[in-house]
Design a protein around this ligand. Structure first.
Ligand SMILES: O=C(O)C1=C[C@@H](O)[C@H](O)C=C1
Ligand SMILES: CC(=O)C(=O)O
Length: 333
């Protein structure tokens, strides 16, 4: 693993992830666009291309600004950048149909990295997996295979903390992931009283359950940075069951209600957090819709629920269960 001081990049990309105005540089960029594959260097910064948009769809660029001088490097295929506060890292896991061992290797590298660079507080992870509900070469489901490899990496690393995450389909490019970790600001991983913790899902969903929290609260920073809730990809699931199979409006309403309870005063107080948020407080919202024809009804329901200032990006991709039609994530402002 190598690290080096690097000059300021020339030019910056549109930022959809809201960050303090004084941010001066970029840590990393994720391009939700028409191509997927391994991360690459652009202007000495890691850029991860994700195949998330179809013909005619607008690319969505998500950039994570730095708060100071940036160091970069590579570790077992992960490209990373960090500024002494936040670590951004991105990697290509591999082909979806054989992703179990690749997922274990990728997550092992991720845990090695956060330990070696001393950014122990992982607060948000994203996983995009082409053909997420397809069958692998061995006849298992791709997502279940990914979860098995990830769970093995958690177990081997002795990690019990699970951050907020998204595990969603992609239109190509195999499986990729990226994540954020903090050096000093502590995290509180939140569960939702309406949903079974994902790590306790019954075996009917796969031999090893997913590993993610419903959300992660990143505590306020010493520099006055507000506490934020990073909301995981959330779907129409109550306890561990999909509800309203085939009914996209009802699934969207349950999903929005799940998020409102998750970030509301009662649940945050239950987790020892003296804050409260509503749907109108969410920013950097991503809405994943399985069927393109459902976009209008989903967009109408989201438009009614989120604030006028909420930036919402829509993607037509598979959700991690065949009977789920919509999934939503966001970050409190
Ligand atoms: O497996 C995940 O990390 C995950 C899957 C979905 O339930 C949702 O996107 C949240 C996280
Ligand atoms: C499947 C899904 O979205 C969840 O486990 O929350």
């Amino acid at each position: 693993m190598h690290s080096k001081e690097i000059p300021r990049p020339t030019g910056t990309l549109p930022i959809i992830a809201e960050h303090p105005a004084e941010a001066r540089e970029l840590l990393g960029t994720v391009r939700y666009g028409a191509e997927g594959g391994p991360p690459r260097w652009e202007h000495d910064r890691p850029v991860l291309p994700l195949h998330m948009t179809g013909a005619g769809d607008r690319e969505v660029v998500e950039s994570w600004p730095a708060m100071g001088p940036v160091r970069t490097g590579e570790h077992r295929g992960l490209l990373f950048a960090h500024d002494g506060a936040v670590l951004f890292a991105a990697g290509h896991i591999g082909p979806s149909r054989t992703c179990r061992d690749d997922a274990e290797r990728a997550y092992r590298a991720a845990f090695e990295l956060v330990e070696a660079l001393e950014y122990p507080h992982v607060f948000r992870m994203w996983n995009t997996i082409a053909g997420i509900t397809d069958r692998t070469a061995a006849g298992t489901e791709v997502y279940a295979d990914f979860c098995a490899g990830r769970a093995q990496a958690f177990e081997n690393a002795g990690r019990v903390d699970m951050a907020a995450a998204t595990g969603i389909g992609a239109l190509g490019g195999g499986a990729s992931f990226y994540f954020l970790a903090h050096r000093s600001r502590t995290t509180v991983h939140l569960e939702n009283p309406l949903q079974t913790p994902s790590s306790e899902y019954p075996a009917r969903y796969g031999p090893r359950p997913p590993r993610f929290a419903r959300a992660t609260y990143l505590a306020p920073g010493r520099d006055g940075e507000r506490g934020r809730v990073y909301v995981s990809g959330t779907a129409s699931i109550l306890d561990h069951r999909t509800v309203h199979s085939g009914e996209v409006a009802a699934q969207t309403q349950v999903t929005l209600a799940n998020i409102a309870v998750l970030i509301g005063a009662e649940n945050l107080t239950r987790h020892g957090i003296d804050e409260r948020f509503g749907l109108e407080d969410l920013r950097a919202v991503k809405v994943y819709v399985k069927r393109r024809e459902d976009l209008p009804v989903v967009a109408e329901l989201c438009g009614e629920s989120f604030g006028a200032r909420t930036d919402i990006a829509y993607f037509v991709v598979d959700v991690c269960r065949r009977d789920l039609l919509v999934e939503i994530e966001g970050i409190t402002s």
